[in-house]
Design a protein around this ligand. Structure first.
Ligand code: SF4
Length: 363
């Protein structure tokens, strides 16, 4: 896998900014000013950091220390208000980030471009790697393979760039973050966790407004449970038995369902927190009544909810989308067994922004 290129100031935490200021002969409060400019204020260029003397800014620049957000290469607007951003990183690699507004500006519903008018809640779906190595058979990102990890700065940078583009005011508007874009966050764990800390301590996101989804990297699930500050956990389940799961998610051959469900049972949930299981329904593969009954047995006793997602079809994916009736029947079996189960409405399907559809398509 390729190395992560140096990406400037965004991604440095307060301690690192302190050592940088010290190295450049500056008092420590300069680090605090930089931190404020980078994260809560979301400034996009050193010239805009008026709290810093010109000489210090010039010194930083001479060290290659600029404020660099991922560059918006392209934006695709869905009729439902969703925006898919294609971001270019400093080395030219691209990833996708999705903005899903809700409220008045969220859904135009009339075929006009939405998302620029008023919204009061939104979710940003963030990528953690360029491509993905996990190879889930129903996912378009998998077709890319993995090129490299994203740095913490590149992960946080996606959020900063989208918030600025949408002119979000976090004091007034509620924004959630889901780490469910391209990549498996738990295969880029240190950078992912550093990004989480910068988003909570710096940008101002409460940990309760963030969710990370994993395909089931067991050792990292255990480690994640020990983190003092962490997003909520979602497990991408997608099958009710090992035969089906290994066929559609090869990662299951390394960490099977028994190990996964044990990790789920052992996961230390906070007060009133629920684990989320995501289940992409693939017509005729994992969406029968018998499969639903197996899911009930699997999750029994775990404080959880299940999100059901009807497959988002795409070129190169061999599975089909289940009918409404099959989805409904699956949901009913879970609900009758007392398991909260929700059918997730696909967002931005027309622009390839929905779950499993992120492929860096440029049209
Ligand atoms: S579903 Fe997630 S983990 Fe699986 S291949 Fe796609 S991006 Fe990777």
């Amino acid at each position: 896998m390729a190395d992560i290129p140096q990406s400037g100031l965004v991604g440095l935490d307060y301690k690192e900014l302190s050592s940088l200021a010290q190295k450049l002969g500056q008092p420590d409060y300069r680090a605090r000013q930089l931190f404020e400019a980078l994260y809560p204020q979301r400034l996009q260029a050193l010239e805009s950091v008026s709290t810093l003397p010109k000489e210090f800014r010039a010194m930083l620049k001479s060290q290659g220390m600029e404020i660099q957000h991922p560059r918006i290469e392209k934006c695709f607007h869905s009729t439902d208000g969703t925006i898919r951003y294609l971001f270019a990183m400093a080395d030219g690699e691209t990833v996708e980030t999705v903005w899903m507004p809700e409220g008045d500006g969220g859904e135009a519903g009339d075929g006009t471009e939405a998302g620029d008018s008023e919204w009061d809640r939104a979710t940003i779906c963030v990528s953690s790697q360029v491509g993905c190595a996990v190879n889930c058979q129903f996912c378009l990102t998998a077709l890319l393979g993995v090129k490299r990890n994203l740095s913490a700065g590149e992960i946080v940078g996606q959020v900063l760039a989208v918030l600025n583009d949408r002119k979000a005011d976090l004091a007034r508007q509620r924004v959630n973050i889901v780490f469910m874009g391209m990549g498996e966050p738990f295969l880029n764990y240190p950078n992912f966790m550093k990004a989480v800390r910068l988003l909570t301590e710096g940008v101002g996101f409460p940990e309760s407004r963030m969710t990370v989804s994993t395909s089931g990297i067991i050792p990292r699930i255990h480690e994640f449970g020990e983190e003092p500050v962490r997003p909520k956990l979602a497990i991408s389940l997608n099958a009710s038995n090992d035969a089906v799961r290994s066929a559609i998610m090869p990662i299951n051959k390394k960490w099977n369902l028994e190990m996964l469900m044990q990790a789920a049972r052992d996961f230390p949930l906070r007060n009133r927190e629920r684990l989320t299981f995501e289940y992409v329904l693939l017509n005729g593969t994992n969406d029968s009544v018998a499969h639903a009954r197996e899911v009930v047995e699997l999750v029994r006793g775990i404080r959880c909810k299940v999100n059901l997602i009807a497959l988002n079809p795409g070129p190169g994916i061999e599975f089909g989308m289940p009918t409404e009736q099959r989805v409904q029947a699956f949901q009913n079996i879970l609900m009758k067994a007392g398991i909260p189960a929700f059918v997730r409405r696909p967002r931005g399907r027309d622009i390839y922004a929905a779950c499993g559809q992120l492929k860096r398509t440029v049209a």
